[in-house]
Design a protein around this ligand. Structure first.
Ligand SMILES: [Zn+2]
Length: 99
C-alpha cells in the first residue's frame, strides 16, 4: 500500500492545536505519512419488517432475521391482524480502503 504525505499536517507531523497530544498530529500519529486511501461505495442489503396494524417498521440485517422478526410480530398481534410484511431494501455507505 502506498504512503502519502498526511493531509492533516502536510507531512509536518504537527498540528496547530497544541493542547491535543502536545501538538502531535493525530491523523498520522506524528509520522507525517498516512496510507493512501480511496473511497469505495458499499451496498448494504437489509430488510424492513413492517407491521401493518400498528404501522411500525423494524430493521433486520438479513432474511433469516426478518423472518424471525415477522413471526415474533405476528405472534404478538391480535388474532385476525394482517401479517407483518418483509420488504427487501438496499442502501449505500462509503468506506475508505487502502489504495
Ligand atoms: Zn499528520
Amino acid at each position: 500500500m502506498a504512503l502519502i504525505d498526511c493531509p492533516k499536517c502536510a507531512g509536518t507531523r504537527k498540528v496547530v492545536h497544541m493542547h491535543v497530544k502536545a501538538g502531535v498530529c493525530f491523523k498520522c500519529n506524528g509520522t507525517g505519512k498516512v496510507t493512501k486511501m480511496k473511497r469505495v461505495r458499499v451496498k448494504d442489503e437489509w430488510f424492513s419488517v413492517e407491521e401493518p396494524e400498528f404501522g411500525t417498521k423494524h430493521h433486520a440485517k438479513d432474511l433469516e432475521d426478518a423472518k424471525a422478526l415477522a413471526a415474533e410480530l405476528d405472534a404478538m398481534a391480535y388474532k385476525g391482524a394482517k401479517p407483518a410484511v418483509i420488504i427487501p431494501k438496499s442502501s449505500y455507505h462509503y468506506e475508505y480502503v487502502p489504495a
